[in-house]
Ligand binder design. Structure first.
Ligand code: HEM
Ligand code: HEM
Length: 129
């Protein structure tokens, strides 16, 4: 798997999803989902784009196992978090039911960031250009 390109593609898909929700909110004058919109675009689009850029520019031959774990953890957490927020703000599922999922997903996003820091430190290599 080419992690820079895979992150880029996922990032752009979150952008489409987040913008669609933004346009829906603007058109319907119902901004109830603005927290979901913000996190699809920031945790999904922006952070995935940043991770893709880090892979492209700064990581030299990272361990495939660690890179895959970091990628899967970030995406699973981002999907759980934004899906959970959507259900929460649409009043589809009560908050006490969703909170454990949101809590685990939040920690997953954080651990994904810590794993990326680990890779940046460990796999910096000696790039010449
Ligand atoms: C098609 C493009 C977009 C549309 C139509 C749109 C629409 C909206 C709407 C209607 C709100 C709710 C405003 C409110 O009630 O306070 C909002 C909030 C927000 N949007 Fe977007 N948006 C778009 C793109 C983006 C992008 C690309 C980002 C970030 C990468 C972004 C980040 C945010 C954030 C962080 C908020 C929350 C702001 C706050 O705290 O009040 N949006 N957007
Ligand atoms: C561990 C992951 C995260 C958790 C648990 C989290 C949680 C929250 C919470 C509880 C709020 C307040 C929502 C409200 O208004 O009621 C919030 C707002 C916000 N967060 Fe996050 N967040 C996380 C990650 C991020 C990241 C990575 C970004 C940006 C890259 C971000 C950007 C924002 C912004 C711009 C707002 C204000 C807009 C809004 O209320 O939707 N968050 N976040």
């Amino acid at each position: 798997m080419n992690f820079d390109r895979t992150y880029l593609l996922w990032s752009l898909c979150y952008a489409v999803l987040g913008m669609t929700l933004g346009i829906y909110m603007a058109a319907s004058h119902n901004h109830a989902e603005f927290v979901t919109h913000a996190h699809i675009l920031l945790v999904g689009f922006a952070v995935s784009f940043i991770y893709g850029t880090i892979h492209k520019l700064w990581l030299v031959a990272p361990s495939r196992g660690v890179a895959k774990l970091q990628f899967v953890l970030h995406q699973a957490s981002a999907i759980t978090m934004t899906g959970g927020l959507f259900l929460l703000f649409a009043n589809m599922v009560p908050a006490p039911t969703l909170e454990p999922f949101l809590a685990v997903a939040s920690i997953g996003v954080l651990v994904g960031m810590l794993l990326m820091i680990y890779m940046v430190i460990k796999y910096q290599g000696a790039r010449t250009a």
